[in-house]
Design a protein around this ligand. Structure first.
Ligand code: 5GP
Ligand code: ZN
Length: 141
């Protein structure tokens, strides 16, 4: 188990600084986001100091993901919401601020005003096949 003594989420996982914890087990800790986008906004973090999905062992990933259904539903109910988003900002360019991997669980209501800029495009002729081949090649690395 590796921790970073400077890391805020390592400190929360270790109980060094307080947080409103809703679940903890051998691998993961879940707690309320201190600046919620909606009531019930949770963060799910591994106990290990892992910055990026690139460094996340599959077993740890599975241990985090297995919490999604129960924590998602609990956050939805507690937040009086109709649905929820599960979101991971992986890398600064993707909006990651805290460099300890974390999944956001964000309860959603129809009138919450939370937007998401989703500007979809389309593939040019042959491009989808090139990208498919690039992804399958990367999977073999
Ligand atoms: P990111 O942009 O890195 O995906 O999101 C980091 C999240 O961590 C933010 O939503 C922020 O409010 C939350 N956060 C940052 N510091 C603390 C803290 O000390 N305690 C808690 N509970 N949440 C924090
Ligand atoms: Zn950490």
């Amino acid at each position: 188990m590796s921790q970073n003594p400077e890391c805020v989420f390592c400190k929360i996982a270790a109980g060094v600084i307080p947080a409103a914890i809703v679940h903890q087990d051998a691998t993961a800790v879940a707690f309320l986001d201190i600046h919620p986008l909606a009531p019930g906004h949770l963060l799910i973090v591994p106990r290990d100091h892992i910055t990026s999905m690139s460094d996340l062992p599959a077993e740890t990933s599975a241990a985090l993901a297995r919490l999604f259904p129960r924590l998602g539903e609990a956050a939805r109910v507690a937040g009086g919401a109709e649905g929820y988003n599960i979101l991971l900002n992986n890398g600064t360019v993707a909006g990651q601020f805290v460099e300890h991997l974390h999944f956001h669980v964000i309860p959603r209501r129809g009138d919450d005003g939370l937007g998401f800029r989703w500007v979809s495009g389309s593939y040019a002729e042959g491009e989808a096949e090139r990208i498919r081949a690039a992804v399958t090649a990367a999977l073999k690395r």
